[in-house]
Design a protein around this ligand. Structure first.
Ligand SMILES: [Zn+2]
Length: 302
């Protein structure tokens, strides 16, 4: 098994066990109890002995062994106001226990980067996040909640409630499985904090390298402070976000305050990259995708 698949496989194995014991309507996952019980049953010689909140200065969460490695402790930052963040942090530390405890005695995680996966490419942090999101929001159940429904932040908010996670974690999960190109952008003060593209968007070059560069939002972005239209849901031209997109390419943009209103989430949706140009000789006669959107009553603001 490759390293990339292991976090998902381990989380899915635990989910299958929970489905058997508790049935399908078992959400949100009681991850603190799960970490204690599962580790005691499966690894009785070195279980997780305690999960507790503490005022952790500069960390979101922590996993550490005692001197003889006969038991482990999970701490999460009790100062975090969001229950969803706490649950995700515990699941993340549980992930380190399942996947990485043979490598280290101490894992100090954060600050603020758990759940967004924005962790400077450190492999074990990405793996622990993947384990956590797979465990808390199993794909089969997640698909049952969202399939066939128009995407909106209300729908993602419903998922966040169901799984007891933050809106951000649910939106990231949805972005991963989005049927078309999707990019989730978090911003504050008109600049991107981080951005995640799904595979289809990534392959078409629609992504932002937020780790290396300070990237300002486009002036006409809904989340930009210059934009008088404020929050909502609009369709515009993809080019204003991604200069390499053809001018006919539409983009649907929706925004919502998140992270206890500390930042704004913008979800960008685009059709497949292939759906760009008519394959006919009489190209002029074809109405472009953008015009079709407008004609259907989805007016762009620009
Ligand atoms: Zn970690």
């Amino acid at each position: 098994m490759t390293d990339a698949k292991k976090p998902m496989a381990e989380a899915n194995r635990i989910s299958a066990m929970l489905n058997t014991v508790l049935g399908a309507e078992r959400f949100p996952v009681k991850v603190d109890e799960l970490a204690l019980e599962y580790s005691h049953q499966c690894f009785a010689g070195s279980p997780i002995d305690k999960v507790q909140g503490e005022d952790l200065d500069g960390f979101d969460g922590l996993l550490k062994a005692n001197k003889t490695r006969s038991k482990w402790l999970i701490l999460y930052n009790s100062a975090t106001p969001s229950e969803g963040r706490k649950r995700f942090t515990i699941a993340h530390e549980f992930g380190h226990y399942i996947l990485h405890r043979h490598k280290q005695d101490l894992f100090e995680c954060g600050n603020g980067d758990i759940e967004t996966g924005d962790n400077n490419g450190r492999n074990i942090e990405t793996e622990a996040d993947l384990f956590a999101s797979t465990l808390l929001m199993p794909l089969d159940d997640f698909r049952r909640q969202v399939d066939g429904q128009p995407i909106s932040f209300d729908l993602m908010g419903y998922c966040a409630d169901r799984y007891g996670v933050s809106l951000t974690a649910a939106a990231l999960r949805w972005t991963e499985i989005a049927p078309k190109r999707a990019v989730l952008v978090a911003s504050r003060d008109d600049h991107m904090l981080w951005a995640k593209s799904n595979m289809a968007a990534l392959k078409s070059g629609a992504y932002f390298a937020t780790r290396r560069n300070a990237i300002e939002l486009p002036m006409d972005a809904l989340a930009h402070s210059h934009n008088i239209y404020g929050m909502g849901d609009i369709t515009g031209r993809a080019q204003s976000w991604f200069s390499r997109e053809p001018s006919s390419m539409p983009i649907t943009e929706m925004t919502r305050a998140a992270g206890q209103y500390d930042y704004t989430l913008t979800l960008l949706l685009m059709p497949d990259a292939e759906w760009q140009r008519p394959q006919h000789d009489d190209e002029e006669a074809e109405e472009d995708t953008f015009d079709r959107f407008v004609r259907n009553g989805r007016y762009p603001v620009r």
